[in-house]
Design a protein. Structure first.
Length: 73
């Protein structure tokens, strides 16, 4: 049996944030897919999920992750 050298991972994150001119929080969801290469059946990798706030002209003054889920695909 041949063992794969990597596993595909998909992560989805949701954040709640508030901009300087807003009284209520907004929510944004993003996902990212990556490959984690295995060495001796173990590996430690980073998958970055970037949120783009270019649609808002006001600075974001607070943000927090409300959900995060990662799973192999």
């Amino acid at each position: 049996m041949k063992v794969a050298a990597y596993v595909g991972i998909n992560c989805e994150a949701e954040i709640s944030y508030r901009s300087a001119d807003s009284y209520m929080s907004s929510t944004e969801t993003k996902d990212e897919t990556g490959s984690v290469y295995l060495y001796s059946s173990y590996s430690s990798e980073t998958i970055e999920i970037e949120f783009d706030f270019n649609h808002s002209y006001d600075p974001v003054i607070s943000a927090r992750v409300t959900e995060l889920e990662c799973a192999p695909y």
